[in-house]
Design a protein around this ligand. Sequence first.
Ligand code: MN
Ligand code: MG
Length: 646
Amino acid sequence: MAQRILRSIVLALVFTVLAPLGLSAQEIKLRVLSTTDIHTHLYDYDYYRDGPDDSFGLARTATLIKKARAEAANLLLVDSGDLIQGNPLGDWVARESGFKDGSTHPAHKAMAALGYDAATLGNHEFNYGLAFLETVLKGTKIPYVTSNVFLGTDKATAKPLIQPFVVLDREFTDSAGAKQKVKVGVIGFVPPQIMTWDKANLEGKAFTIDIVEAAKRYVPEMKAAGADIVIAAVHSGLSAAPAQGMDENAANFLARVPGIDAILAGHAHRVFPDRSFANLSGADVDKGTINGVPTVMAGFWGSHLGVVDMTLKKSAKGWERADGTGSAWPIRRRENNQWVSLAAPDPEILALVKTEHEATLGYVRRPVAKTTDPITSYFALVQDDPSIQVVTRAQTDYVRSQLKDTPHARLPILSAGAPFKAGGRGGPNYFTDVPAGDIAIKNVADLYLYPNTVRAVRVTGATVREWLEMSAGQFNRIDPAVTAPQPLVNTAFPTYNFDVIDGVTYKIDVSQPPRYDTQGKLQNANSRRIVDLHFEGKPIDEAKEFIIATNNYRASGGGNFPGLDGKNVVFESPETSQEMLMEWLIQKKTIQASVTPNWSFARIAAPVEVIFETSPAAQAYAKGNPKLQYLDTAQNGFARFRLDLK
Ligand code: MN
Ligand code: MG
């Protein structure tokens, strides 16, 4: 009792003495919301598939934004970039809509309605060129900041491309209900690599500097301009490796720059805080901090909303961050093996950009190219196949153009692709089937299902061989001594791991046991299924180096392929594989999808009966092929075929 009275007296004294000095113990709770990498996913609609998708869309994130705003007395909303490019809606705005001075980008219409306070540029903001970007920025009142891109080429005299930072005058309500004036600085950053990724748009016109260097240059200027707190909107990911200078992923390095109070990261399309970053140096994934600085990364395409909650206290210098946490709110959650939506699309946002959405539907349904023959995946597991070949050809052309002026340009380019839609658990209708004739943008998802990006790896001929050996695990061993029917396909091996490599020729000898198990472990060290592996008509030189065009999944170790762990990546595309394929089709105008086979099965002379399953619709495409014989359609809906291996 006596203690409690004493404490009351002390508290009363503290307030009596400090309040007149403006140093009351009052605090301000400030919430900062972050979106990033929206990539023009405003609607929850997949234009490549021409259907709705509840896994993304700013319209859905908007519902979380409104909820988060309703809970907070004091709030700022900031976007960390990659806003205006990334799906056909962005392309339609840039190329088809007649966008000009006076136009407002649909993304900015939505953001204005949501009350964004500031935004930074992402690398993809440069994809349509500087003139278009300038027009886009004229169309919004949201202050844009980016501190590490400069116009011109002369470092001594160059001016920033846009304002490096902004200091916002805000009036917040403190814990006693009193109004307090706080100056909030927001500074922006983009990966310096835009000079490479958008060389054609930027070379000779602009240059970039290191993200941390820009922070060290401008944060003191922000403080001098009166910023009480500084928020870093950084279109950059979190790096496990130490800083090397000009780092692409440098957001966590900003946690060591004095004066930065919150980090709103992006670019890497990952989520922070999240268990996957538990081992990142300085990260507290429970509290959502890095070196004590509240940090968020809000996924991509509106999948998450980043939420930083800070407590500001007043010191002699002004308001400062006393504490802070970060969290990432998802728009959907996995429950009992099913996705459960946590955010319905916001009708206000849908209505605001409905016109642009509908125009985009017209755009994706319009033919952009032609195929002279059908593109199907019905026989992708038993013979060389047009559905894979279209992708591998596009990858080869793309990687060749991207590596043109690099030290890798002299190496031959091979290209790996796998059938993504080839029956299996997807059922007897789960196949690619694009008829001869027009191809529209909405067909692209039929040809490339996953939201991957293109990667190129540099490997030796020996790795090419092992890569194919791993792929060949797709097949059961066919015993030449057995005359009873033998199923060819190992259904436990996912078809997206059956990589065909174009640019070499080879045969697969399924009378041998698989060299690797599905986990990539050497299972039968003496077994070789890949035979007659040739490059330019001669046995491959195992010491010779090659570039292989593939995707981010494979290049970073997906599928446990021997020799692939992300270390031999020499190129990472900024655009998705679907975008790459779409651009290729538009350029080609007419493609001939039928292929000269570059792989086949090695002959088995014994009278084996080899069976595989595909769609009943495959029958029409087996006509005239003496190796394929339709048997029957089973209870499970799959058609059974006999494959002649003689
Ligand atoms: Mn992005
Ligand atoms: Mg081929």
